[in-house]
Design a protein around this ligand. Structure first.
Ligand code: SF4
Length: 238
């Protein structure tokens, strides 16, 4: 598949709706060659609903880091039963986790950005890269106003670090629009959202935010904002 030609055909999608972007991807790549990556956050629940409305055969997968909160497993279960789908859970390599724990202990992420990124690498990035190697495009719930690191997100872009196309159908959605869709369609969502968690990752690396704080302030809260990506969504120097 010619990268430049695909990007050219996607140029008209800047103002397209989220479902138009997903439909374009199905016709362009085929449902079996794309997949939705979900962490069961609010945006991912919107996308799961939209993706399955467009084509029920589009695969849905998640990264089970082994450190997720119980509330995330609960919404995973609700999502499986609501849509009657199988959700593929990708686990980290057992030997890599064992070696990391033996070397650095269970709480290495609090000690330095480097050790935190090492944990994300083992538990998230490596399993994700293995999965993405077999796909033409992946669908993510990134929005431009989520964080300082996400302001330039496009609806269709080339993911240089993983070597495939990346679709961000909700790039121009606001948080209010996301929650409006969830309520309108009575979608299952992570109950931590009702307890002050706008963005939810692993349990030891996520906390509730205070009123007025940035939506990503509760992720790796001990780090500076410009470091707050786990390597799944690398963009240039991020
Ligand atoms: Fe490890 Fe925290 Fe990254 Fe999860 S979010 S993979 S626990 S550093």
């Amino acid at each position: 598949m010619d990268k430049a030609e695909v990007l050219k055909s996607a140029q008209g999608l800047a103002a397209a709706t989220a479902q138009e972007v997903i439909s374009w991807a199905v016709s362009r790549f085929g449902a079996a060659n794309i997949a939705l990556a979900t962490s069961f956050g609010a945006e991912d629940q919107v996308l799961t609903d939209m993706v399955l409305r467009v084509d029920k055969t589009i695969p849905v997968f998640t990264l089970d880091t082994g450190r997720l909160p119980q509330e995330t497993y609960d919404v995973m279960e609700l999502t499986r039963s609501r849509y009657g789908i199988k959700i593929e859970a990708l686990f980290p390599e057992k030997a890599a986790v064992e070696a990391m724990l033996a070397e650095h202990g269970p709480n290495q992420f609090y000690r330095s950005v480097e050790l935190r990124k090492n944990c994300c690498q083992v538990r998230k990035v490596v399993p994700l890269k293995k999965k993405l190697a077999a796909l033409s495009a992946w669908i993510c719930g990134l929005r431009r106003d989520q964080a300082v690191t996400r302001g330039s997100v496009s609806k269709v872009e080339w993911d240089e670090s993983n070597g495939l196309f990346k679709l961000n159908p909700l790039a121009d959605w606001t948080e209010k629009e996301v929650w409006g869709f969830i309520k309108l369609n009575d979608l299952p969502y992570n109950r931590l959202h009702d307890q002050g968690y706008p963005s939810i990752g692993c349990a030891p690396c996520t906390r509730a935010v205070k009123p007025g704080e940035d939506v990503r302030a509760g992720r790796w809260w001990w780090e500076n904002p410009e470091h707050k990506e786990c390597g799944l969504h690398s963009r240039g120097k991020r």
